[in-house]
Design a protein around this ligand. Structure first.
Ligand code: ADP
Ligand code: MG
Ligand code: MG
Length: 895
């Protein structure tokens, strides 16, 4: 088996085998760019090592062979006492992963080769600088012992830092660069002692042993605690393993004509074109990110070293053309010679993703189909949240994990009870906890946002907040939360109950004080208040263009869930092509509740009919309003679904009221009747009780009244020149007989009301009970359309109640990896999705023109939209705000 690849043997498509870093180093090498030579040990070698606990057979020999080739290419031997070749050992998995072993630089240095390195670095003739070279060599050596000790042998890093501080204090200097060769030589001795104290052995002098130990440490770091945690959160399979890159060292710390830097080919924050990067002269690799010294903007390199600068810009342009995308790079200049040390397709913000995709289309590097792949619905959703308007006066005090997006501002509170109290006074609050638990639920509902100091993306706080659509920052471990004292401290400041903070659930940033919030320009665009042809906002123009292409490409129609005229109007502005779910229960609330009470309490047919007759015109008016807004587009109206007792006062409250009134000797006949009704209708499992079609079959006249109101409203619209296209949807059907019974009555009423108006009314059903999905062939005989109610289908398919489980145990399931993601957030393809697929296939087989849609929350979830596209549905329906997301994802699914 081949475990080692020379850079010249790989390419960018071998990320699985060579890791991201290795594959891209190979790609750059083959492009002819100046990459120091080296080789990559494969992820397969790592997998075998982790499975068996030892390096696979043949690995050592292959490393030896590639090392020998590297030595020939460089004309030096690893650790040679006279003129040593040094290498870096770098981890690099398929996905970049914090928590894994960092890089060890300068491998190959030892007590003898450090002298050779100094002699070679000194140069000769006029340029010779033996003192500087000596310093450089010893500095490199002490760095090796430090990095090697820390990352390979787990020596506590502070010990090295303390030793360094001691030397600086003794010499009365502040900056590392002021240390001279003697100081550094002394430091090497101190470091070696520390090394021996912690490992029980001397720092390894044998270069090949250094190399082998470092490689093994990279393998082991795949299972470091932080790496495991990160993988679980990001859903990266634990089986991938990491590759190891061995790269010939080049030195940015050889003097003022050397240096090191990082750069992006465009601005990763805004997507703007230009030169974005930092440079540090006379420094080695990690000094740039470590912030030890102040970097300069990359542009200034032009002044320092024009030749290298021009070459770098040239390479950056080439890389962009080659990868056809934004790249980020690491480079080093050694005495005026430029070396490329890393590149990859760079991470970017959601806004930059759209802007860059648009630019690349303009530049002819990608087409619009490809642009659709470069963005996604999650990014679009992010751009639709209001944002903080961050002036320089606001600096984040800490950063946690962006667990649920949004921008929330409020006074901090530390208990659920206090959150509820202050919210009741109309105050905006942020609930701050170490971590939340089910007892915090009321407080979470009352708060604008939730901030915790522990836990990741799958913590209780994160899961519940996402379910509520509430802003949440979790795991901000810089916060010391003291609940009893009602305060937290961060960065040396104390924040007490009542103080205002602002939290950004997208970036995870936390600010003290009130940061102004501004509306999203992308939403303004969708609302129609920002004209994409007129604005100079690059983001809006890019979104407009890409959305246009998604609309052109998608096969799935997108409808909205909307219950009122206002919602319907907004949905239409956002691009909805109809209403997929108009719930009617809200039409029974408010002042109409009394009419519902009368309906429920009716003792005679006459009383009941009177109550229904009073509801009819009210419902009709609701429908007229919605049909007008959706003129020409289909509107699916769901007949009343929830159990009727939801419209009555809660049992305990009523019982208390009655008892109190009785005590006072008041006349309570009316209340007692109500109480009796509430008792009669009480259900142990309302979710599985008298609701949906069951209600329609048990309460005479209820569905009939609704069907009449819908049809009359449509006829009235037709008279006014508005085209209403109602689709009547019967909820919770499990057997075709239920639907047939409802349908017979409905058809009678429709025929009677429609007359010669030309109005057409469809009758169909929700598929949300597993039995309905499994008998879809039968049900299709009586239905003109199916709409998958994936919320209920998920509840009933799994047998758990959404309202109860998210706070109770879902977070634990996510933590244990039983779920990758909540099945209410994203459709469970294997189980619930299978039901959808069966029903779609068997329904269509029975009735080829059966219309198929989905109206659960999954209709706006990116991943689920792709699934609905695959199983051949006609449309998805989701909340108005999610309509653009669904349009985009439906387009992405089609290309
Ligand atoms: P990370 O993934 O943390 O960036 P890298 O492996 O890229 O780790 O290396 C860390 C730093 O060391 C980077 O700045 C990189 O450019 C530098 N570096 C790595 N290998 C070499 C080398 N062979 N010569 C000089 N600098 C190097
Ligand atoms: Mg790097
Ligand atoms: Mg339902």
């Amino acid at each position: 088996r081949k475990y080692v690849y020379d850079f010249a043997e790989g390419n960018k498509d071998l990320k699985d085998l060579l890791g991201g870093k290795g594959a891209n180093l190979a790609e750059m090498t083959n492009l002819g760019l100046p990459v120091p030579p080296g080789f990559t040990i494969t992820t397969e070698a790592c997998q075998e090592y982790l499975a068996t606990g030892r390096e696979p057979d043949g690995l050592a020999d292959q490393v030896a062979a590639h090392l020998a080739a590297l030595e020939r290419a460089m004309g030096r031997c690893l650790g040679d006492p006279d003129d040593p070749l040094l290498v870096s050992v770098r981890s690099g998995a398929k996905f970049s992963m914090p928590g894994m072993m960092e890089t060890v630089l300068n491998v190959g240095l030892n007590d003898r080769s450090v002298v050779g390195l100094a002699r070679q670095a000194a140069g000769s003739g006029e340029q010779a600088d033996p003192a500087g070279a000596d310093r450089f060599a010893w500095d490199s050596y002490r760095r090796l012992i430090q990095m090697f000790g820390k990352t390979v042998c787990e020596v506590p890093g502070e010990e090295f830092e303390h030793a360094l501080d001691d030397v600086k204090r003794a010499r009365g200097i502040r900056d590392d660069v002021e240390l001279d060769a003697d100081d550094l030589r002394g430091l090497v001795d101190a470091y070696k002692k520390i090394f021996r104290k912690h490992t029980g052995r001397d720092f390894p002098q044998e270069p090949r042993e250094q190399l082998d130990l470092a490689v093994r440490a990279v393998f082991d770091s795949w299972n470091a605690e932080r790496a495991v945690l990160y993988r679980r959160q990001e859903r990266i399979p634990a089986s991938l393993g990491t590759a190891v890159n061995v790269v010939a060292m080049v030195f940015g710390n050889l003097g003022p004509d050397s240096g090191t830097g990082v750069a992006f080919t465009r601005d990763p924050a805004s997507g703007a074109q230009g030169i974005y990067g930092d440079y540090l002269a006379n420094a080695q690799g990690e000094d740039v990110v470590a912030g030890i010294r102040n970097t300069i903007p990359l542009q200034e390199l032009e002044r320092l070293d024009k030749r290298s600068y021009d070459e770098l810009l040239d390479i950056m342009a080439r890389l962009e053309r080659h990868y056809r995308d934004l790249c980020d790079i690491e480079f080093t200049i050694e005495r005026g010679k430029l070396w490329m040390l890393q590149t990859r397709v760079g991470k970017r913000t959601a806004a930059a993703a759209f802007v860059i995709a648009g630019q690349l289309v303009d530049e002819g590097l990608i087409d619009l189909d490809e642009a659709l792949h470069r963005v996604n619905g999650a990014q679009l959703a992010q751009l639709m949240f209001p944002r903080f308007q961050l002036d320089h006066e606001f600096q984040a005090v800490a950063r946690g994990i962006g667990a649920s997006p949004g921008a929330a501002v409020g006074q901090v509170v530390f208990t659920s009870a206090r959150a509820v109290e202050l919210a009741a006074e109309g105050k905006r609050v942020i609930l701050v906890r170490r971590e939340t638990n089910p007892d915090d639920l009321q407080g979470m509902i009352a708060a604008q946002g939730i901030l915790t100091s522990r836990g990741g993306k799958t913590s209780h706080a994160a899961v519940v907040a996402r379910g509520m659509g509430k802003t949440c920052v979790s795991g901000a471990d810089a916060l010391e939360v003291d609940v009893p004292a009602r305060r937290f401290t961060v960065a040396g400041q104390t924040v007490a109950e009542g103080d205002v903070v602002s939290i950004d659930g997208t970036t995870g940033n936390i600010y003290l004080g009130e940061v102004p919030v501004m509306p999203s320009e992308v939403v303004q665009y969708f609302e129609g208040t920002l004209d994409p042809e007129r604005t100079d906002d690059a983001l809006v123009r890019a979104v407009h263009r890409i959305m246009g292409h998604a609309d052109q490409r998608r096969r799935l129609a997108v409808r909205a869930n909307a219950d009122t005229g206002a919602d319907a109007a907004r949905a239409r502005r956002f691009g909805a092509q109809g209403i997929g779910l108009c719930r009617t229960e809200h039409m029974f609330l408010g002042e109409r509740r009394e009419l519902v009470e009368r309906l429920i309490l009716a003792r005679t047919d006459d009383e009941r009919e009177k109550a229904l007759a009073a509801l009819l015109p009210l419902q009709r008016a609701d429908f007229v309003e919605i049909f007008r807004e959706m003129d020409g587009l289909p509107v699916t109206v769901r007949l009343i679904d929830p159990p009727l007792h939801e419209f009555l006062p809660p049992l305990e409250q009523l019982a208390v009221n009655v008892a109190v009134a009785q005590e006072r000797g008041e006349d309570v006949a009316q209340e007692e009747a109500l109480l009796a009704a509430v008792r009669r209708m009480h259900e142990e499992n309302p979710m599985l009780g008298l609701r949906g079609v069951r209600l329609g079959l048990v309460i005479p006249g209820l569905f009939a009244m609704q069907v009449r109101a819908i049809t009359e409203a449509a006829v009235q619209c037709a008279r006014d020149g508005v085209t209403a296209r109602p689709e009547i949807m019967v909820p919770l059907v499990g057997a075709v007989q239920e639907l047939e019974t409802v349908r017979a009555e409905a058809e009678r009423i429709i025929a009677e009301v429609v007359g010669g108006s030309g109005v057409e009314v469809l009758i169909g059903t929700m598929i949300e009970v597993p039995r309905a999905a499994l008998t879809a062939g039968q049900i299709a005989e009586a239905a003109q359309f199916f709409s998958f109610g994936t919320n209920d289908l998920t509840q009933m398919g799994w047998g758990f109640s959404r309202d109860d489980v998210e706070g109770a145990f879902f977070w634990r399931y996510l933590e244990l990896g039983i779920f990758g993601i909540s099945p209410f957030e994203s459709l469970d393809r294997d189980g619930v999705g299978r039901l959808v697929r069966i029903a779609a296939e068997e329904g269509r087989a029975a009735r080829p023109d059966l219309k198929l849609g989905v109206c659960g929350e999954h209709g706006g979830d990116p991943d689920s939209v792709h699934f609905f596209h695959e199983v051949g549905l006609d449309y998805v329906s989701c909340s108005p705000f999610r309509v653009p997301v669904a349009r985009l994802e439906a387009g992405r699914a089609a290309v």
